[in-house]
Design a protein around this ligand. Structure first.
Ligand SMILES: *Cc1c(COP(=O)(O)O)cnc(C)c1O
Length: 236
């Protein structure tokens, strides 16, 4: 690890923390209410180690295989977040290492996770991914489908659902981005009301490098940041 890489990573991290703090201040929130998840899917393992040395505790991966492999290689104190599409045949592997699964996008996957979770003393936290913007290319529950499926999911004691996740459309139109995040929060409020006080659904996973400040202003409790943390580093 060259000093240059270390310096670049710590500057990137400082800059993300500053932007988070400013967004929290605008929203009248304290910084502890937002967790930074470093998305390491394109990062070399040396860089990830360095980020952990710099104090990051929450890491996200989008591919099950890389998540499982890195969870074995890196410190057991890291909290691993599965943020990408998960096939049911990988549920057992992922559930054995992930503290949180953000990308539950179908009832069948949820039911598989309920089965897989029985073998674990402490089940992971489960977030349902919602395709708020309705883009054909996106994974996630359609909003109306989720509302109608909710009675089948909300009462599962073996695997309580802790919140929702979404991705905003890739656009310069910040109003559209803000609306996506706001609608996720409103959907969360609605589902919470329809769970008769059983679930608090406190987790809102929304916001990436290009839009996390807007997400924080709209109530994100977890932001998933990749490129802003690794910019200026070359993969040579
Ligand atoms: C890659 C990825 C991110 C991070 O995106 P950046 O724009 O690099 O910050 C966040 N969430 C998901 C689901 C991702 O796949």
């Amino acid at each position: 690890m060259s000093d240059q890489i270390r310096i670049q990573l710590s500057e990137n991290l400082r800059s993300v923390h500053e932007r988070m703090a400013a967004a929290c201040q605008r929203a009248g929130r304290t910084t502890e209410t937002v967790t930074l998840i470093a998305v390491t899917k394109y990062a070399r393992i040396e860089w990830v180690r360095e980020l952990v040395d710099l104090g990051l505790t929450d890491l996200g991966e989008s591919r099950p295989q890389q998540l499982v492999q890195r969870a074995r290689e890196l410190s057991p104190d890291i909290r691993w977040h599965m943020i990408g599409h998960l096939q049911r045949n990988k549920a057992d592997d992922v559930i054995s290492v992930a503290q949180m699964i953000h990308s539950v996008d179908s009832l069948r996957l949820f039911e598989q996770l309920v089965k897989s979770a029985k073998s674990r003393p402490l089940p992971p936290r489960i977030l349902l991914e919602v395709n708020v913007s309705g883009e054909a290319s996106k994974d996630g529950f359609d909003r109306a489908d989720l509302i109608s499926l909710w009675p089948q999911m909300r009462d599962c004691d073996a695997l309580p659902i802790s919140g929702l996740m979404t991705m905003a459309p890739l656009t310069e139109d910040t109003t559209a981005v803000r609306n996506t995040f706001r609608r996720l929060r409103e959907l969360r409020d609605q589902l919470r009301d329809e769970s008769a006080g059983r679930l608090s659904l406190e987790d809102l996973s929304m916001g990436m490098s290009g839009d996390f400040e807007i997400a924080i202003e709209e109530g994100a409790t977890m932001i998933r940041i990749g490129s802003s943390l690794f910019e200026g580093l070359s993969d040579e």
